[in-house]
Design a protein around this ligand. Structure first.
Ligand code: TXA
Ligand code: MG
Length: 325
């Protein structure tokens, strides 16, 4: 029952009404599904931390409808951040900005900065527009999974993660498939805290500034300091030579699923063998769904061919490295 069709305006109105009174709603974005609560009510945001079992010192991303909706959360938009907003929003890029005092304390985990993102998915935009009309300035939403697990990319995945009593707006399978790139715009230099599908070169040309890597002083991004995005099965990263060799030696147990890009065995391929797309955007789109499905199919280990060392693969490579820890 609580999975509502996101294409139905009445369902979107119902979901926005839940958000407006401080309840939780899961909703689709172009990257992954989010678990949303109104960002300006700390007691509503506290419910997100409870349901996800997320530590309270890990800040959430606040979703806003447009550039004008930044102002209640952050009074200063540095020139490079404004460039990113004007060139890449709505889209899969989150900006870390200095936070105004007295708003979204819980969503920001009481840090002096706030993560803001303007999603492109039409259902997310409809939900935000409706929520704004009910007086909601923004929707705090982390990915709609339990802490430390893979982000969901379908409404059914959200239900599997968080249970049947949660209201979920269904917007189909997410087109981007991995979480947004996070750019810290709160310091003297821009820093890439989490790679996404918009690669460094595009971020730098949109910002008009170079991107530094995250260092020890960067604001905390939990995805960057610990094992994350993990299925139940153990994930191992192998080169295509290692896969070819293991195949030739008959050394791939039946309990192992393989997800390979450049090496495929001669027929007949084993049941648990999946081909990874050679285009990084397509690989990102299906990555979490493939890991989930192989996990569900009962694989004890998932052997994944290492993605190429290419800037366009940075987002996929990052998620695979974390899954493999
Ligand atoms: O694509 C996405 O970004 C998805 C969809 C739902 O929008 N959201 C998402 O949220 O991935 P979450 O909570 O799973 O990841 C948010 C990341 C975390 O690593 C968090 O630490 C970081 O953003 N973050 C949020 N606010 C921050 C801040 N003020 N400073 C540093 N990192 C921040
Ligand atoms: Mg997450």
């Amino acid at each position: 029952m609580p999975i509502l069709p996101g294409s139905d305006p009445a369902a979107v109105r119902e979901a926005a009404a839940h958000i407006a009174v401080g309840e939780l709603v899961a909703f689709p974005t172009e990257t992954v599904y989010g678990l949303g609560a109104r960002a300006d009510w700390d007691h509503a945001v506290a419910r997100i931390y409870e349901l996800k079992k997320r530590p309270a010192d890990h800040p959430l991303i606040v979703h806003v409808l447009d550039e004008a909706a930044i102002a209640p959360f952050s009074a200063e938009l540095p020139p490079a951040a404004r460039n990113l907003v004007r060139r890449l929003w709505p889209g899969p890029v989150t900006l870390i900005l200095r936070r105004n005092a007295g708003i979204a304390d819980a969503a920001a985990a009481r840090q002096s900065t706030i993560g803001l993102r303007c999603p492109a998915h039409p259902v997310a935009r409809a939900l935000l527009a409706q929520a704004v009309s009910l007086g909601v300035p923004g929707i705090a939403a982390p990915s709609a999974n339990r802490f430390g697990r893979i982000s969901p990319t379908t409404a059914a995945d959200v239900r599997d993660e968080l249970g049947e009593s949660l209201t979920v707006l269904d917007g189909g399978a997410c087109a981007v498939g991995i979480e947004s790139a996070i750019v810290d715009c709160s310091g003297a230099r821009l820093r890439l805290l989490r790679p996404g599908t918009i690669d460094r070169a595009r971020l730098e040309s949109a910002a008009g500034e170079a991107l530094a890597d995250a260092d020890g002083d960067a604001p905390r991004a939990p995805g960057t300091v610990e094992s994350h995005y993990a299925p139940r099965a153990r994930v191992r990263l192998l080169t295509s030579d290692e896969l070819r060799h293991a195949w030739a030696q008959n050394a791939i147990p039946r309990t192992v699923a393989v997800y390979a890009r450049t090496f495929a065995p001669a027929e007949p391929a084993p049941a648990q063998w999946r081909q990874m797309p050679s285009d990084p955007d397509l690989a990102a789109r299906e990555l979490f769904a493939v890991l989930r499905n192989l996990d569900r199919a009962g694989a004890e280990e998932i052997w994944v061919e290492r993605p190429p060392e290419d800037a366009r693969w940075e987002g996929v490579a990052d998620r695979l490295r974390r899954a493999a820890r």
